[in-house]
Design a protein around this ligand. Structure first.
Ligand code: BTN
Length: 241
């Protein structure tokens, strides 16, 4: 099924392997074209992980055109985090925080993950796809053992297409913001701000250490203070807490 409303085209299907894979591998889609699935059999997560994509979630991928971006590509993930955060807040979901860089937590549990992927076509055109997975309801059979302590759900029971449309529209608006405005909005909702967290640094052999989370810089890199008092920026890593 495909619906077009005020310039936003959203296609909806029951089950695919990965909405990101489909949008990335099928040539350049129009700006903000969105594919929504009820389930995925090969949902892709960060760092090559699988993404648990059960019935009862929202799995969507949004095509973004480079020409429409006011911001650097690496800010697409923070943009999507904010769009999801604001859309869920608008439908009454409370106690949300953004966990750097791509997760939304509710009461400290992950309810949404975001994976931005980019592929360069033979003609040099870039396909940018923002993939978003949201746990809307509790899975009937519960979350799998390996994520059950960390996973939560938004408790959203209305039409998922309404939520998807709201997220796409906000992505369209936020990619036009200037980077500083965007980063300020992002920081306001950041989890663990001022707290000591355990961090994995992907750019340094996945080294793990403790640091104080100070915020993000204008590129949305994580700003941390190490135990020796020095400050550092992390562009690629993860907070483990
Ligand atoms: C993560 O938390 O590691 C990122 C998860 C991103 C999952 C979404 S679901 C829709 C889109 N299609 C995919 O295969 N992955 C993304």
């Amino acid at each position: 099924m495909r619906r077009e409303k005020n310039g936003v085209a959203i296609a909806h299907c029951e089950c695919v392997d990965s909405t990101n894979r489909i949008l990335l591998e099928n040539g350049k889609a129009p700006h903000l074209f969105t594919l929504v699935a009820d389930r995925q059999t090969g949902g892709r997560g960060r760092m090559g992980r699988k993404y648990f994509s059960y019935e009862g979630g929202l799995y969507m991928s949004v095509a973004v055109s480079l020409e429409e971006l006011n911001i650097p590509i690496h800010l697409c993930t923070p943009v999507a985090s904010l769009a999801v955060f604001d859309s869920l807040t608008e439908v009454g979901c409370t106690d949300l925080k953004i966990k750097w860089v791509n997760d939304i937590l509710r009461n400290g549990k992950k309810v949404c993950g975001i994976l931005t992927e980019c592929r360069t076509e033979e003609n040099g055109m870039k396909n940018i796809v923002i993939g978003i997975g949201i746990n809307l309801k509790e899975p009937i059979e519960g979350f799998p053992e390996e994520i059950k302590d960390k996973a939560g759900y938004a408790d959203y029971n209305d039409d998922k297409m309404i939520l998807a449309e709201s997220i796409v529209r906000k992505i369209g608006d936020y990619i036009k913001l200037d980077s500083i405005e965007l980063v300020n909005k992002y920081t306001e909702n950041l989890a663990f701000l001022g707290q000591t967290v355990t961090v994995t640094d992907y750019s340094d052999g996945n080294r793990r250490f403790e640091a104080e989370l100070l915020g993000v810089n204008n590129d949305c890199f994580m700003r941390i203070r190490l135990n020796d008092g020095s400050e550092r920026l992390l562009s690629s890593g993860e907070i483990l807490s």
